[in-house]
Design a protein around this ligand. Sequence first.
Ligand SMILES: [Zn+2]
Length: 290
Amino acid sequence: MAWAAALMAAAVFSAAQAADYAGPLFDTHLHYNQEAWDGTAGPYPPAEALARMQRNGVKAIIANSRPNAGTQTLAAARETREAGVTVVPFVRLYRNRDDYNNWFRDESIHDMVQSELARGTAGGPYRGLGEFHLYDSANANGPVARKLIVLAEQKKLAVLAHVDDTAIDVLMAHAPSKGQSLRLIWAHTGIGGPPVARVQALLERYPLLMGELSYRPGLTCEGGMLCPEWRALILKHPDRFVVGSDTWVNQRWSAYDEIMGGYRRWLGELPPEVAQRIAWGNAAGLFGLR
Ligand SMILES: [Zn+2]
């Protein structure tokens, strides 16, 4: 039947169109938390974690962990070097789960950040702060939140922030440059799903704002492909988006292959040079990797 033949031809054509992106990935939202590996026990010792990155073509990671010992371990591990993974370490603001809701006003967090920055990692100095969370944007005005934003801009540290769109404006306002030279990676590009037009306005207001796309509501549609308005935004600002796994719980480590496969699928639908930027180039450029 003609319609069946046409459908098949269309399916073959779209399959051919949508070859997965096959180049390197930069995982810009990776946690190596205590429950994954505490230094002696856990389901994802360095060899396991690195095997997941390696088989998914992940060549660099923004590593952060609760507590920071996990990042220190990854940065020092022989397995990391053997897997050819570059670790870009960030200082996590949390020693434990209680810190999630208090870091922005807790001076002992500010002290902890200073001592971590002074200590660095076996893989080199810390390059950023975060991930941190603000479940209420008003807490972006907390005294420690303000100080850390100033510190980040002065020391050219990036920040990885899980915040809403209102808090983006507040945090940027605390930066000495008023947001013109603060490198802020917006975790999930707003997990509450602010409209695409609002995301676009923020990108256009703050030149170093980057959107990380894990868990982003409304990003993908049928077949795991980009929804039309997101595809349009990404094509308009191909230099402003990055991808990440967000291994915040062990389930995300067990799903690591599917998460990265999902990115490769929709990246494959973009023009190759745009896919390469989002998969690798934008983050690599931010941290001076080749
Ligand atoms: Zn996270």
